[in-house]
Design a protein around this ligand. Structure first.
Ligand SMILES: [Zn+2]
Length: 349
């Protein structure tokens, strides 16, 4: 679909004109006549590609208006970079262990989970990752509200543990997870040692991609488990606002892996909260690890990264540093007047 992109690029560069999605979709049948390759593809997939390009250009025009950021021009996805396509409404059918894709045929599938009724399945995307093909179905399902517990919690995604709660619980990442994170870092170093464009580099890049996928899957699994437990046990979950700027700046690999995990966890937590009728509150992260949650005394010296225990000089309170931070986070959320009653919309406070 090089033309979809090119036409827009030219229109923008020569005439400063934005081409509409409608315009491009309507021109598809004509294009099919001159380009037989296009008729091999199911029509709605082509339309979806036009929509994807449209979305990217809209984001670009939005970035142009924002003076604080540099608006990068949308990148053309060449052959080899295009790793998915979508059937936005029809053209696919799922039966037992096979899926029928229009213009492709019946394909055997291995189901990772049971899907709802056929009419609840809205779209089907096929993607390729590390040589494996996946079919992803998006479905429309009713939210399943969880019973109220009348409990609230502050969570800190800490240094000494994966997650600490204001109830004094600490969650550690499983050993297997930490092991594969280490392997990932090692594979990354290997790639950078290899000579560019060499065969050995290509091979190590492939290995790195597989390890990346493994860590990503483990991270997702862990984030699901943790957030499920939180929404089951609490009605209100308070956490620190993630500072995106710091994340980008951080070039230390182990730390950036950690940040990616936090981000994913919060995304999954937020949608689980929406699904189950619970609430999530974001608070300012400033000094949560430096203040005593009992008496409010702020440490004169900053707690070093290596110090795992928080000790208060005024009231003798002593606890794991992440638990102290989690308690401060809950306090901050309470200070914002977040009662458990009433349907307050989820959002940044
Ligand atoms: Zn104190």
């Amino acid at each position: 679909m090089k033309k979809t992109y090119k036409v827009r690029k030219e229109a923008y560069e020569k005439e400063q004109r934005k081409i509409t999605c409608f315009e491009q979709i309507n021109s598809l049948p004509d294009k099919k006549e001159t380009n037989p390759f296009l008729s091999q593809v199911f029509s709605q997939i082509l339309q979806d590609i036009v929509r994807r390009v449209h979305k990217n250009f809209q984001a670009f025009f939005r970035r142009l208006k924002d003076a604080t950021t540099k608006a990068g021009y949308p990148r053309f996805k060449q052959f080899g970079r295009y790793d998915s396509f979508t059937y936005p409404q029809h053209g696919f059918k799922l039966e037992k262990s096979q899926v029928k894709l229009s213009n492709i045929g019946w394909v055997n599938v291995r189901k990772h989970r049971e899907l709802p009724q056929q009419e609840q399945i809205k779209t089907c995307s096929i993607l390729v990752k590390n040589g494996k093909y996946y079919a992803c179905f998006s479905c429309e399902v009713e939210p399943q509200l969880l019973p109220k517990t009348n409990k609230k919690v502050g969570v800190d995604m800490g240094l000494t543990s994966l997650l600490a709660t204001s109830d004094g619980k600490l969650y550690q990442a499983p050993k297997t997870y930490r092991k594969s994170e280490k392997e990932l870092a090692k594979a990354g170093r290997k790639v950078s040692r290899r000579v560019k464009k060499s065969k050995r580099r290509k091979k190590s890049v492939r290995i790195l991609a597989v390890k990346h996928e493994k860590v990503a899957n483990q991270r997702k699994d862990l984030a699901h488990k943790l957030s499920r437990e939180l929404v089951k046990n609490y009605d209100l979950i308070a956490h620190e606002k993630l500072q995106v700027k710091n994340m980008v700046k951080n070039r230390h690999l182990a730390k950036s892996i950690n940040d990616a995990g936090r981000n994913l966890f919060l995304t999954i937590l937020t949608y689980k909260v929406e699904e189950t009728g619970k609430r999530v509150v974001e608070v300012e992260p400033k000094n949560t690890s430096q203040i005593c949650n009992q008496c409010g005394e702020k440490r004169k010296e900053k707690l070093k990264l290596s110090q795992r225990v928080f000790k208060c000089s005024r009231c003798d309170y002593k606890d794991n540093r992440d638990i102290n931070a989690a308690r401060n986070i809950l306090k901050r959320a309470e200070g914002l007047g977040t009662s458990l009653q009433g349907a307050v919309p989820i959002g940044v406070v």
